[in-house]
Design a protein around this ligand. Structure first.
Ligand SMILES: NC(=O)c1ccc[n+]([C@@H]2O[C@H](COP(=O)([O-])OP(=O)(O)OC[C@H]3O[C@@H](n4cnc5c(N)ncnc54)[C@H](OP(=O)(O)O)[C@@H]3O)[C@@H](O)[C@H]2O)c1
Length: 165
């Protein structure tokens, strides 16, 4: 069965995932709120995690027992369940023959590469009521249409939208 790549991410209301310097201090109050925005259920539903190295460096995580691939041109090898990989993302998907549900964590650089190949099947975006004015945009590629709304879930002040290709 074809693997499913799912982007699960938090965005400011004006479409940024981090400030220009990469900081996500504006998300702190949400992670400290006690609300998990469906994270645990989502995390348990995925088999594999794919991350860009800037994100991994910012949030060094092992992602439990999930198979984890970190894209990097500067690091290689393995670290527990993490394998550093590089190169064209479509080639990687072909070569690795991944199965099941794959969480594409981000950041924007990696998302853009998967998006350009039309490899992202689902988008789960938590829209945080924050207007940053500038930062790292969630999407760089502009030509993405025909998404179907699967669900919208309010978590207090936050609206989480779930779209499928
Ligand atoms: N709001 C959220 O929920 C959320 C979620 C995720 C991330 N973020 C934020 O996003 C920011 C990072 O995003 P970003 O766009 O700057 O960077 P990124 O996508 O996380 O990582 C970019 C890095 O990934 C590696 N890379 C990318 N494509 C590659 C390829 N094809 N082959 C090999 N390596 C590749 C390179 O690592 P090397 O430099 O090692 O070569 C590159 O510098 C962080 O500040 C993080 O806080 C926010």
């Amino acid at each position: 069965m074809k693997p499913k790549i799912i982007l699960y991410i938090a965005s400011s209301l004006d479409g940024f995932i981090a400030r220009i310097d990469g900081s996500v201090d504006w998300l702190d109050k949400y992670s400290e709120s006690g609300q998990d925005y469906g994270y645990r259920e989502f995390f348990e539903s995925v088999d594999t995690v794919i991350v860009g190295n800037k994100t991994q460096k910012k949030f060094p995580q092992k992602y439990g027992d999930k198979t984890c691939f970190v894209f990097s041109r500067s690091s290689e090898g393995t670290d527990g369940n993490i394998t550093y990989v590089k190169g064209d993302v479509k080639e990687f998907m072909k070569k690795c023959k991944l199965q099941g549900r794959i969480w594409l964590v981000g950041g924007a650089d990696l998302i853009d590469q998967f998006l350009k190949y039309g490899l992202i099947d689902e988008f789960i975006i938590s829209m945080m009521p924050e207007i940053l004015g500038s930062g790292i945009p969630l999407f760089k590629t502009m030509d993405l249409t025909r998404l179907k709304l699967v669900k919208s879930t309010p978590y207090g002040n936050v609206m989480q939208v779930h779209y499928k290709k």
